[in-house]
Design a protein around this ligand. Sequence first.
Ligand code: HAS
Ligand code: HEM
Ligand code: CU
Length: 563
Amino acid sequence: MAVATRSQAEATPYAAHPEKKVALYFVVLGFVALLIGTLFGPLQALNYAGINLYPLLEPLVKSYYQGLTLHGVLNAIVFTQLFAQGVVPYLQARELGVRPNLTLSWIAWWMVLVGLVMAAVPLLTDDATVLFTFYPPLQGHWAFYVGAALIVLSTWVTAYVSLEMWLRWKRQHPGQVTPLVTYMSVTYWLMWLLASIGLVVEAAVFLIPWSLGIAWKDGVDPLVARTLFWWTGHPIVYFWLLPVYIAAYAMLPRFAGGKLVSDPLARVVFLAFLLFSTPVGFHHQFADPGISPTWKMIHTVLTLMVAVPSLITAFTVGASLEFAGRVRGGRGVLGWIPKLPWRNPTVAAFLLAFIAFIPGGAGGIVNASFSLNYVVHNTAWVVGHFHLQVATMVTLSFMGLSFWLLPHLTGKPLVKPGVALASVWLWFIGMMVMALGLHWMGLLGVPRRTWISNMAEEGVYAQAAVPMVFNAIAGVVLLVAAAMFFYVFFATLLQSRRNAREAWEEVPFAEVLSGPEGRRSVRLMDRVGLWFGIALALVLVVYLPTLVGLFRNMVAAPGMRLW
Ligand code: HAS
Ligand code: HEM
Ligand code: CU
């Protein structure tokens, strides 16, 4: 590996670690996507408060649904993926002390950029207002689907980069157990390879040829498309979540001043995600016809299984935090909590994110319960659920991590840590208030994806007047939180000051209390190829019988544009 002197590193922080640069480009592009996507959030929250600001945006934004598509695609799909592509291989490379294949890493970045531009044009011209689930028969411009496909395919390149680093390390260290971060990274990318097959088939076989007009001239079968979409659409939430878990196992205990209590349990968690993330998609389709209730029930049971690794995480991360709080002098049952370094914006962001994840996870289990799902499906409740999950747990953690990551990658010190801390608290408060309002409205029967502030009839959802106030308050608080966060982010990035010390810091990987040494269970878990085979078999068993039936009975629905 090239040796750089200290002064060289001051001049360019990437001299010793060129993988820092590509990681930075992924992360910055991700946050630019979040910036644009998030702008629509407050407007949507105000819509759910009965306030319609969309006339102000004409002719730039033509409908609520165009904004909602941008919001869902840029935030949930693009931002999360870019952050993962930047950070996960970077942490793995630093743990192993090997260099990732930089050419391929940059190819992946360019694929996302080109895909993003291709998809953005029809999104902005209102030619792809199909929401982030792009259910046919809603039909968008072909450039949107091709762009989205490029974005997703770039993850396969990143997955290869990660797997190749691991195999290279294994050849140099025969007989050794895979180090923890690498184990988490490898199982993560393998999970995603399996998960993404559904979406890739949907795009390549149906959506792209259909939108180009070269096949499926009578239309695409909506049920087939939905089933392929949710093959990917559930595990994609773990594709968003698990970088947070990786950081929470590998670094948070150290940030908090303690140690990770158990390395093997972290491996159990990631192995369970490899096995159970994907064979669960029907829990988004309980209300769909054409899928047998028996298979829906099997997917329910498997969904409850995939909640287990999160419950183990609650224990392991909770115990590691408790250890940190006690090392810092905390006494009594809960006395360790205030002793945690709450003034550190990275730590505060993670703690608040994990707190939000408790009601978010509980709501998920309600959603997954076959019969209860009929009460909440397609209501604002579901929006409340996933803003605790992806918009708080995932996004707030990524924001918090960026306060450490930006200085670490660039050598530029964090600008205004006090504002950073305030932005984290405001984001948490805003999301909790909004989630409460949305869950409540959902129980009162207010649907999701509805421009309720634009309805001709008066008083349609009068029963939800109180939770509507929650959304109005939250929309404003979140706008302020976002403005403060992005100020800190870009002021840090764009300043000219560089601090040599920051650029030379190692990644603060946590020490472990209970390590992997000498455990047969860890050796068994290390047989990743075998587990991947089992995971693949499980997915085929729970999907093929239904998919074969659906493929044999396809009904063409002609494409349409509603907005
Ligand atoms: Fe979900 C719908 C079920 C997790 C995201 N989900 C969605 C949608 C999104 C989404 C975006 O079964 C809407 C899709 C659409 O547009 O239609 N979800 C679940 C279940 C889980 C779950 C069972 N979801 C997530 C995650 C997401 C996410 C994670 C994003 C990142 N979800 C559903 C179902 C639907 C659904 C149905 C369909 C609804 C419908 O009808 O349309 C589980 O994975 C959750 C497990 C989590 C836990 C929580 C563990 C708690 C932890 C915190 C510990 C705290 C500590 C803090 C340590 C069991 C780990 C201590 C700190 C101190 C300071 C003391
Ligand atoms: C949808 C508000 C940030 C992901 C929504 C909706 C509201 C909302 C009210 C419901 C729209 C509807 O069903 O008609 C906000 C606010 C935010 C914010 C106020 C912060 C300022 C985020 C973030 C993410 C996210 C950071 C993900 C990283 C989504 C997704 C949808 C959505 C995936 C669903 C889109 C669809 O139904 O097609 N948001 N949001 N939001 N939001 Fe957010
Ligand atoms: Cu799901």
